[in-house]
Design a protein around this ligand. Structure first.
Ligand code: 13P
Length: 251
């Protein structure tokens, strides 16, 4: 059975003390959320150790926002999957469109990152999504299908137990422009069909597929009501504990 998940991606926001405070607020309010909804917060790498301390013993999971495509060694500034796992984090986001766009994250690198994350016991939140230009050219299914398979072709049905997909149309991220629930559902159903063709119906049915892109308390309900939308990857609205929890109460 797939899980309902609401994950907050803090991106490059908050100082360490601010992040610790936000995590404390999320943990305090998490008791309001039904136990079948999993909460995850993804923080900057600098925050993982102190935030791991805050979420310890609570229902809130902890994620990194990225990890390196190399195991270890002379890669100045990089943070390995083993390092992430050693903080107490249980997940990492990979392939966020901001990393694809600004930091040259390719599908090839994502294969390596995903392998290392899984080998170190981390769950992976793999992001896919088309740009506005690609959508307007009618290429959104091709782009999302290729992004999904270029990475997942290298993994097994067993690996899929630890992989969550997040569909984040680039044109909806931070723009206030949400995909309509129907637009999102159409792509989610397509991703699930892609997974079914590759791994079989059971794996497809068991994989959690999140929607991300201007998801907020006012629209989460309509999005989460769709049968193939299993929750959200939340950016801006995850920086306020109240909004984040409100979204988690929207199933
Ligand atoms: P916003 O919710 O700020 O649009 O960001 C979505 C996102 O990129 C989450 O990873």
């Amino acid at each position: 059975m797939r899980k309902k998940i609401v994950a907050g991606n803090w991106k490059m926001n908050t100082t360490v003390p601010e992040g610790v405070q936000l995590a404390k607020e999320v943990v305090a309010k998490a008791v309001e959320v039904p136990s079948d909804v999993k909460l995850i917060i993804a923080t900057p790498a600098t925050h993982l150790v102190p935030v791991a301390e805050v979420v310890k013993g609570s229902v809130v999971g902890l994620s990194a926002e990225n990890c390196a495509d190399k195991e270890k060694g002379a890669y100045t500034g990089e943070i390995s999957a083993a390092m992430v796992a050693s903080t107490g984090a249980q997940y990492t986001i990979l392939g966020h469109s901001e990393r694809r766009q600004y930091y040259g994250e390719t599908d090839e690198k994502l294969v390596e990152k995903t392998k290392l994350a899984l080998a170190n016991g981390l769950g992976v939140i793999l992001c896919v999504g088309e740009t506005l230009e690609e959508r307007e050219a009618g290429k959104h299914f091709d782009v999302v299908g290729a992004q999904t398979l270029n990475v997942l072709n290298h993994f097994s049905a067993e690996d899929m137990k630890n992989i969550i997909i997040a569909y984040e149309p680039v044109w909806a991220i931070g723009t206030g422009k949400t995909a309509t629930a129907d637009q999102a559902e159409e792509i989610h159903a397509f991703i699930r069909k892609t997974l079914a063709d590759k791994f079989g119906a059971q794996v497809a049915d068991d994989t959690t597929i999140l929607y991300g892109g201007s998801c907020k308390p006012s629209n989460a309900n309509e999005l989460f009501a769709k049968s193939d939308i299993d929750g959200g990857l939340i950016g801006g609205a995850a920086l306020k504990a109240e909004d984040f929890i409100q979204i988690a109460l929207s199933f």
